[in-house]
Design a protein around this ligand. Structure first.
Ligand code: CAA
Length: 281
């Protein structure tokens, strides 16, 4: 199947990052969000990120403008679905919401369209289970910040077809990323390991360690590019909490989110997106 158009549902940090890298690679992109203010923010984030690349001489200004010109912004799910060859759903981590949307995609997308989810932890087979298109459903799990991170986890559901898998792997490579294939259990590879690390870092803070010391230790003693407290601020405390809850549901109490992680989420200390997490932004 020739892929020309990428539809993206949800224009938060992940959705707008995926729109950016897809448009830069030459795809037509339709980025949808129910809130027009969210779309304005998404456009500004894309312009800022590409602007940085232009100012560093990594991209020509004309290429930036052409990439931005390839993105259509819309509040209508129908518009994002209509011409999409690959759809990437990037909404809030709610199984109920994702299943509702996938039922809509089944109705609104072309029969041959690939229906991807950027979920960080929910099993793809479970999302696909409400549709009759399990062969077309696949996990395409991008990493934050999307323009910088080289890897994308690709998750094959129980019914995902070889064609869907192959076309998705080609798309991931065409946008300059390296696919890492993961088995379809809650948390896949990346969240299964990183959410546990970040949850454990919350426990360490509760035990009296300073976030700065935890991050310094993991950067300088273990070679991590970013310490787990800063990482939690980057991905968002609520994302890690939902990941832990999904893994706890499927694998048991070993994955129980720390009560302080839940409390931080309730208090709105989500990290960079709310301006305050372990650090201030
Ligand atoms: N667009 C364009 N350029 C950007 C940018 C963006 N969005 N964000 C940062 N940059 C640029 C910066 O301006 C900087 O440029 P210079 O070197 O010219 O100054 C450069 O990229 C590097 O940025 P920083 O100096 O701020 O930071 P860094 O060197 O530490 O690199 C990083 C940043 C690549 C994010 C690195 O810290 C890293 O790899 N961190 C780990 C991130 C990670 O693990 N992500 C996955 C999380 S899990 C997930 O996302 C999935 C999930 O489901 C939860």
């Amino acid at each position: 199947m020739e892929v020309k158009t990428i539809g993206i549902i949800g224009s938060g940090a992940m959705g707008n990052g995926i729109a950016q890298v897809s448009a830069v690679a030459g795809y037509d992109v339709v980025l949808q969000d129910i809130y027009s203010q969210a779309l304005d923010k998404a456009k500004a984030a894309i312009e800022k990120s590409l602007g940085k690349m232009v100012s560093k001489g990594k991209m020509a200004e004309a290429d930036m403008n052409a990439a931005i010109g390839r993105i259509t912004f819309t509040t209508e799910v129908e518009v994002a679905c209509k011409d999409a060859d690959i759809l990437v759903e990037c909404v809030f981590e709610s199984l109920e919401l994702k299943q509702k949307l996938f039922k809509d995609f089944e109705r609104l997308c072309k029969p041959e369209a690939i229906l991807g989810s950027n979920t960080s932890a929910l099993p793809i087979t479970e999302i696909a289970s409400v549709t009759k298109k399990g062969d077309k459903v696949i996990g395409i799990h991008f990493m934050n910040p999307v323009p910088l991170m080289k890897g994308v986890e690709v998750i094959r559901g129980q019914l995902t077809s070889d064609d869907t898998m192959e076309t998705t792997l080609e798309y991931v490579k065409k946008i300059g990323k390296e696919p890492a294939v993961a088995v379809d259990y809650a948390g896949f590879i990346v969240s299964r390991l990183l959410d546990v690390l970040m949850n454990e870092a919350v426990k360490l803070v509760e035990e009296g360690n300073k976030p700065e010391d935890i991050d310094k230790a993991m950067q300088l003693c273990a070679g991590h590019p970013m310490g787990p407290c800063k990482l939690l601020d980057l991905v968002g405390a609520e994302i890690a909490m939902h990941g832990m809850e999904t893994m706890e549901r499927d694998f048991g109490p070993k994955y129980k989110p720390h009560p302080m992680l839940k409390k931080r989420v309730l208090a709105g200390l989500l990290g960079m997106k709310t301006g305050k997490g372990f650090y201030e932004y």
